[in-house]
Design a protein around this ligand. Structure first.
Ligand SMILES: *Cc1c(COP(=O)(O)O)cnc(C)c1O
Length: 481
């Protein structure tokens, strides 16, 4: 397999157009034209189709196999949502149409979808208002932190710090920092959850917010959340909920009920958009009443005449944080998914996500070290400590899984677990698939004890084997034959 540029043959063309018989009106001035032709590869249409088809077969996705990437929710999403998002009435409307004079009359369907989705998310999360604009989880976090900053500025609060547990997703501290706050890390206790006494010693008048993920990235639910909320509010600090992986608690626990003030969701993890590959996402942000006036514009309003309109009239708004209304098709898919599931279906999805993770955890805990041995939520974190006694690292286990036909779990995260293997089976996998994965993990653990040398060679079934990772990043061509 060679890269497409290597296949290029000078002069070869994919399409040929007839010579234009339309007179040229405006030549592009010389100063704007290239001095040399662009370096593009020259191939026939068939060469290109074969190249990309071959690449797609080498790709691994949820449609090809089990993908237990912890913290990422790589689950199967129903194709019906894709089909509905592709309907002409949705996919062919122009985003500027809604802003034209009377344009809203031609976009009522789309605006109703967005408005109704906001209401459903409010209901699912017990929040008072949502914006659908942010285009990723991290973008939602940044929006949330900007809302918190706007709240404190409005009240004249002098706040400079955000407190974040040490097991949090890496995007949390970066979002807080980009929003202008300095970040302090709250340690995790021996039970694997935020240590309240450390929080008590860190929190003060300067604390703008506490950002939490619950269940946290160890897959553990923090039962002391109301106590933490009371402590935060005593200092007028906002409590932020990272709801990227809502499939752990959806239909069971609503962040708003536990006094969280701001939160984001990842529609591209929980709500029927495939996650990964840097594809389109959506990180809607929900707020309680006291933060609503700061939400980004435009907001969608259902007026007394029953017409949905875009409202820009919010003087305290943080302004635009994305063009138009966010990733419309991702929001649409989430809307369809929620309607298909209904309240009972959403809650059942969480039950299955949690059941599957606990099944994997209990089936593997006599083979792999389990640093926090408690009932988990949607994911479980092992350590390769035992295997390391024979020189086998989490990385070797991950590579060996590839040879057995599975995508590796997340490794070396969360950082507080040495040699971490973070497994998230998701609600969509069957018991048969989980059993196959468990058997593979047990075989690898046995191999680690008996033939550790063999594991170091993995993967041997892939087009390229174990890469020199530094060279692969710097010299992207070197591994191709
Ligand atoms: C995935 C994830 C994020 C970031 O979401 P992106 O869409 O990748 O920016 C934030 N927090 C948690 C807990 C996550 O799992």
């Amino acid at each position: 397999m060679s890269i497409i540029f290597k296949k290029s043959i000078r002069g070869r063309k994919g399409v040929t157009l007839p010579v234009s018989d339309v007179p040229l009106h405006h030549e592009i001035p010389d100063k704007y034209t290239r001095s040399e032709p662009a370096e593009l590869c020259e191939l026939s249409e068939l060469d290109i189709v074969r190249h990309f088809t071959e690449l797609s077969r080498k790709n691994f996705g949820v449609d090809s196999g089990f993908y237990p990437l912890g913290s990422c929710t790589m689950k199967y999403n129903p194709k019906i949502t894709e089909k509905i998002a592709a309907l002409d009435g949705f996919s062919s409307i122009h985003p500027l149409l809604a802003q034209q004079n009377k344009g809203e009359l031609y976009t009522q369907g789309a605006l109703a979808v967005l408005h109704n989705l906001e209401l459903l998310l409010c209901e699912i999360c017990a929040m008072d208002a949502f914006t659908l604009q942010p285009m990723a989880g991290a973008h939602g976090e940044l929006t949330g932190m900007m809302l918190i900053a706007a709240y404190h500025n409005h009240k004249g609060n002098q706040k400079t710090e955000v407190l974040i547990p040490d097991e949090s997703h890496g995007t949390n501290p970066s979002s807080a920092s980009i929003a202008g706050y300095s970040v302090k890390s709250i340690p995790t206790n021996e039970r694997g959850i935020l240590d309240i006494s450390s929080l008590e010693s860190l929190i003060n008048e300067k604390t703008a917010a506490i950002m939490m993920t619950n269940p946290n990235t160890l897959g553990l639910f923090n039962p002391e959340i109301e106590k933490i909320a009371t402590l935060a509010h005593k200092y007028d600090a906002m409590l932020y909920y990272d709801g990227a992986n809502l499939n752990a608690i959806m239909g069971k626990f609503r962040p708003g009920d536990a006094n969280f003030d701001v939160m984001h969701l990842n529609l591209h993890k929980t709500f029927a958009t495939p996650h990964g590959g840097g594809g389109p996402g959506a990180g809607p942000v929900g707020v309680k009443k006291h933060l609503e006036q700061f939400l980004p514009i435009s907001r969608i309003r259902k007026c007394d005449d029953g017409i949905y309109r875009l409202d820009y009239n919010y003087k305290d708004s943080i302004g635009y944080i994305a063009p138009f209304y966010g990733n419309f098709s991702v929001c649409l898919k989430a809307y369809v998914y929620i309607l298909i599931q209904g309240a009972a279906g959403l809650s059942e999805a969480s039950e299955n996500a949690v059941l599957n993770a606990n099944y994997v955890m209990n089936s593997l805990k006599s083979y792999y070290d389990l640093p926090y041995d408690h009932i988990c939520m949607h994911e479980t974190v092992f350590s390769a400590k035992k295997q390391l006694e024979n020189g086998i690292h989490a990385l070797d286990i991950a590579k060996a899984l590839i040879d057995k036909g599975f995508h590796p779990p997340t490794i070396y995260f969360p950082l507080i677990v040495k040699e971490a293997l973070m497994i998230e089976p998701t609600e969509t996998e069957s018991k048969e698939t989980l059993d196959q994965f468990i058997s593979a993990m047990i075989e690898i653990s046995n191999a680690a004890a008996k033939n550790p040398k063999d594991l170091k060679k993995a993967p041997v079934t892939t087009p390229v084997g174990r890469l020199d990772e530094t060279k692969a990043a710097k010299d992207m061509d070197f591994c191709y034959k």
